[in-house]
Design a protein around this ligand. Structure first.
Ligand code: P6P
Length: 334
């Protein structure tokens, strides 16, 4: 493995090295990378083409959709449904699972995606991203049933996200570690820049939206209070804080220098299960974090073991440096 490889060369090299990845899954990952290239181009030109701002609609979560939420969802659906590689798709932006139109062949995989995570940042030019998760379709290339879209995170074959930031960089796992590919605009290829990414087990940097503090459960209130207490507090060290309000940006930072990200249970959304979505946010990001030696928890259980109740199931999310996540889980056991 050497830096400078293209995404497809990396995947073929992984297969040659013994990783059990089918040729059609390699194709699907490469086609998904094409949609990320299309999306980065749309984002670059959004201000020039009047594509910023609200779409005037809401998603299934009742959240205001940005024009780019809808545009990027259409880019992914319209590109991927023609490839003959998917039996269906689930998207944050669409209430029901999306089926493959009759004029196209179906494939053997299902994909869950958030086409533009962090889109509340898009109008203020802060990093956003595309998150995707791939599982095997249980009925092969036959039309999938609704229950086929409720799958545990441990069933994922591949997961990735593309962060549209100072660079456009794709982060990917196929279950054999985590690799990073930066888009070389001059040739239009994602080029390997890091492989076998490892998250430091310890950290002194937490990411949480502090304005929600009064709604958190006691264990999280206590943990954050102890972080802020610094050197003289029970955790015995000074913590730094970051909050970008874009999970892909926080995750990229944690993969690069460690850290812990928390979007914990919040009284306002208890009956919904939490704020972040399991199938196309917590599961793919959790898979990547675990593959990089980190941990991903609800505070009480491993995220990848959560049994989804619906396509748009929400969960509390606590992920990042392994020992720090274990510390927060210990606060929940007290
Ligand atoms: P808040 C973006 O909308 C998102 O789903 C995550 O990417 C991000 O971490 C979180 O919500 C931000 O939430 O409440 O701080 O705006």
């Amino acid at each position: 493995m050497q830096n400078g490889m293209s995404l497809r060369q990396y995947l073929v090299d992984q297969k040659r090295g013994g990783v059990a990845i089918e040729a059609d899954l390699i194709d699907l990952i490469c086609e998904t990378a094409v949609t990320c290239k299309e999306i980065t181009a749309k984002i670059d030109r959004a201000a020039l083409e009047g594509a910023l701002g609200a779409a005037g609609s809401q998603n299934v979560q009742g959240e205001e959709q940005k024009k780019l939420d809808v545009i990027t969802n259409d880019v992914m659906y319209e590109h991927l449904c023609t490839t003959g590689l998917l039996a269906g798709m689930g998207s944050e932006e669409v209430d029901e699972p999306m089926m493959i139109p009759d004029q196209y062949p179906r494939g053997r995989y299902l994909m869950f995606f958030d086409p533009l995570d962090g889109s509340s940042n898009i109008d203020v030019n802060i990093s956003v991203g595309t998150i995707f998760s791939i599982v095997e379709a249980p009925r092969g290339d036959a039309a999938p049933a609704p229950e086929d879209f409720r799958r545990k995170g441990i069933e994922q074959l591949a997961a990735g996200f593309c962060v549209y930031g100072p660079s456009t960089t794709l982060v990917l796992t196929i279950g054999n570690g985590v690799a990073m590919f930066t888009l070389d605009h001059s040739v239009g290829e994602f080029i390997l820049v890091r492989d076998k990414v490892q998250i430091p087990e310890e950290t002194a940097e937490f990411a949480i939206n502090m304005s929600n503090q009064r709604f958190w459960e006691e264990p999280v209130k206590q943990y954050i209070a102890d972080c802020i207490a610094g050197e003289t507090g029970p955790l015995g060290k000074r913590y730094n804080m970051r909050w970008v309000a874009s999970m892909v940006a926080e995750t990229f930072r944690i993969l690069t220098r460690g850290g812990i990200f928390l979007y914990p249970m919040d009284e306002r959304v208890r009956e919904k299960g939490g704020k972040l979505r399991l199938m196309y946010e917590a599961n793919p990001i959790g898979f990547i974090i675990e593959q990089a030696g980190g941990a991903a928890s609800t505070g009480r259980e491993r995220i990848l073991e959560v049994e989804p109740g619906s396509l748009h199931q929400r969960v509390p999310v606590i992920l990042g440096s392994k020992k720090e996540v274990e510390k927060v889980e210990e606060y929940h056991r007290r």
